[in-house]
Write a protein that binds this ligand. Structure first.
Ligand SMILES: Cc1cc2nc3c(=O)[nH]c(=O)nc-3n(C[C@H](O)[C@H](O)[C@H](O)COP(=O)(O)OP(=O)(O)OC[C@H]3O[C@@H](n4cnc5c(N)ncnc54)[C@H](O)[C@@H]3O)c2cc1C
Length: 340
């Protein structure tokens, strides 16, 4: 059986930066069985592979010389329960935000802090999506993925996903080697709000909401995000382009000595996360344009395509930001976005 393979296909509409790049081969994967079929096609045997969901966390800096698998597998169904959670299996191609919203509306809260993160459900475990005090890892039961070497679907428990801050085994050992086909979410039977993230707490307080419901948190998160982050449909971007760097207590003390207003957050284990946006802003880079690429003027952590930028232009700007931050603070900013 063969799945339609497009040759020399444009990826412009499939990446949130909206940059032009072409794939030597492109396959639309709408069901699990498409994977075996397309990967067994002799035209793509031995070719490099790239898995793509919504393209909201990738920057294409060149054409892709192999096979792009655009994962669009649908489905959302109840999958039983554990002692403390309701389980839902969701197809990898489902829209993340719509899934969060549908489950909440159906009476299953627990993901509201992660509202309005763009992209697909299948990509959410890849960087362990997180926002406003919650990470996917805290709501995950298991992942089903196609293993390209074994040529079979494997089920993975959270421990096997090796989750970290914006990190998982899918970014490292299994990069493009395991293709996530569905994600089983575990939503708490005994829901409690996840509060304590300053910006969210402030927003809820401004709404005089002392004991917010899940729906109120959902609304507050959406409101903050709409104010702060550009909509990729209007202004190409991939959200936070860099991760917040993590440093030792000694390093943070030394930096605070030189830069008293440095913004940082304590992590369990005595290390500190530095606010990368603050570092970039302190280098005078907020709002700076280089050709058609720019550092967003409302949030320095976001790089934007002002219209017609190439991936290279955006990457050059990212490198300049990295150099400026390294020169001033001696800190390396690692990209969060996947550079292809
Ligand atoms: C405005 C904006 C705001 C954002 N805010 C946040 C935020 O608050 N928190 C956060 O964590 N992220 C955020 N992001 C980043 C992005 O939304 C997430 O990383 C999201 O999970 C990416 O989903 P996607 O389907 O677009 O993945 P893609 O961009 O298509 O892919 C991202 C990576 O995942 C891999 N991948 C995709 N699908 C699969 C699959 N089925 N199996 C295996 N690998 C796969 C790709 O190969 C690639 O390496 C933001 C992005 C934007 C544009």
């Amino acid at each position: 059986m063969s799945v339609g393979l497009q040759v020399n296909a444009s990826l412009k509409a499939m990446n949130a930066f909206g940059v032009e790049a072409r794939a030597a081969f492109l396959a639309q994967v709408s069901q699990e069985s498409d994977l075996a079929a397309v990967l067994g096609d002799p035209r793509v045997a031995g070719q490099p592979r790239l898995v793509l969901g919504g393209g909201t966390n990738v920057l294409f800096v060149a054409d892709f010389p192999g096979l792009v698998l655009h994962v669009r597998i649908p489905g959302l169904q109840a999958a039983g329960q554990t002692e403390d959670s309701w389980l839902f299996e969701v197809g990898a191609g489902m829209d993340w935000h719509q899934t969060v919203q549908s489950l909440l509306q159906a009476g299953y809260p627990g993901l509201e802090n992660l509202a309005l993160i763009p992209g697909t459900v299948g990509a959410a475990p890849v960087q362990n999506v997180g926002a406003y005090g919650l990470e996917l890892a805290e709501r995950l039961h298991s992942v089903r993925a196609w293993d390209c070497r074994q040529q079979a679907v494997v089920q993975m428990a959270p421990e096997q996903c090796e989750f970290g801050y914006r990190d998982s085994v899918f970014k490292r050992k299994y990069r493009d080697g395991r293709i996530i086909v569905s994600v089983t979410l575990a939503l708490p039977k005994l829901w409690r709000p996840v509060l304590g993230y300053a910006e969210l707490d402030r927003e809820l307080k401004a709404r005089s909401d002392e004991e917010p419901s899940a729906a109120a948190i959902f609304d507050a998160v959406c409101a903050i995000r709409r104010r702060k982050l550009p909509d990729p449909v209007q202004l190409g971007n991939a959200g936070s382009f860099f991760k917040n760097p993590v440093v030792s207590r000694e390093r943070r003390t030394e930096l605070i000595g030189r830069f008293p207003s440095l913004v940082s957050y304590a992590l369990p284990g005595g290390r500190f996360k530095l606010a990368a946006g603050w570092l970039i802003e302190a280098c005078g880079m907020k709002g700076v344009s280089r050709g058609r690429a720019a550092v967003y003027d409302r949030q320095a952590l976001v790089l934007v395509n002002r219209g017609g930028a190439s991936g290279r232009e955006i990457l050059d700007l990212a490198r300049e930001v990295q150099e400026r931050v390294a020169d001033k603070f001696g800190v390396l900013l690692e990209p969060e976005a996947v550079i292809v």
